[in-house]
Design a protein around this ligand. Sequence first.
Ligand SMILES: C[S@@+](CC[C@H](N)C(=O)[O-])C[C@H]1O[C@@H](n2cnc3c(N)ncnc32)[C@H](O)[C@@H]1O
Length: 213
Amino acid sequence: MLYAFELESYLEGLLPERPDLLQEMEHLALEETIPVVTPAVGNFLSILVLTQKPKAILEIGTAIGYSTVWLAQAAREVGCQVTTVDMNSGRRERALEFFRRAGLSEYIMSLAGDARKVLPTLAQTFDFVFIDAAKGEYLEYLELLHPLIAPGGMLVADNVLFRGWVVPGAVFDRKYEKMVQTVRAFLQHLSADPRFQTTVLPFGDGLAVSIKK
Ligand SMILES: C[S@@+](CC[C@H](N)C(=O)[O-])C[C@H]1O[C@@H](n2cnc3c(N)ncnc32)[C@H](O)[C@@H]1O
């Protein structure tokens, strides 16, 4: 087995208990099958922000705001703001309510719309970017994001191992074939992209962590 669900629950068990609000969001995501990062990935994003100390964070794919809360808690510590984009207005409304309840609203700028339309309108640069939206659009996001990422800035992309199915020889239902090929193509492209230095971390659903040269 290439993708160890057991590993993820073991890693989750090592984490300190999350605040009630994060746990409520985890339960909601589970109940409604809303795909959010695992707690171990949320914790890792927080560690990256705390060590990288970015001036501005951008997230593509807010959903109900679970990863945003992890990012924004760290952003508050280092004194920056998270800009987060989602095209699903219902999810975004719920995210806004969670941000308010977490006392994090002032650290989060929530933008509504398709990232492919929103990104070209952004005037500022970002030195920490988290991509977690439509897997089939990652290559498009990458090109739109490149001019927005400051040199030395960090780019993190979620789901790049897609349950381990991107690994040649992995066994999976053929209905996922196109998605697997798309994610594999993105990861190969990013890994070979001379504008970035990239590593892949095999936990959660696979994270690509890149630095813009
Ligand atoms: C995997 S969920 C995000 C989960 C969130 N990052 C978390 O871990 O809590 C993906 C989200 O991306 C949004 N999305 C998909 N394509 C998008 C696009 N082109 N522009 C903006 N949002 C998009 C979906 O509406 C969905 O809420």
